[in-house]
Design a binder for this molecule. Sequence first.
Ligand code: AMP
Ligand code: ZN
Length: 114
Amino acid sequence: MSDCIFCHIVSGNIPSNKVYEDDDVLAFHDLHPAAPTHVLIIPKKHIASLSEFPVEEEALAGKLLLRIQQIAKELGLQEEGYRVVNNMGELGGQTVHHIHFHLLGGRSLMWPPG
Ligand code: AMP
Ligand code: ZN
């Protein structure tokens, strides 16, 4: 989508600090990290939110989850642990309407979230 910041990152119009890329998935460091490691994992295809993830894209949903697993391992987070977050909609705190999974690690994370 032309007005979507993460689509612009996918196309390269907006720069990002990439950590992983394949045909379907892109991962890059969050501009405002909330933890020592804070990476966003997105599908290259524009999907606005988890609630709008097409049921026919089941394979992509599974791929995203397993890429998160792989990236967490590659970034050295596996041993100490990490958190994966998806904010959906207004009450969920979603500010960018291109689905993304936050991968947070490198410090002890509070629960419940604020
Ligand atoms: P959310 O609040 O779940 O929608 O998260 C959006 C995230 O995108 C925030 O953590 C922002 O810091 C991050 N963000 C926004 N613009 C950029 C950008 N150009 N590059 C990297 N991260 C970004
Ligand atoms: Zn988009």
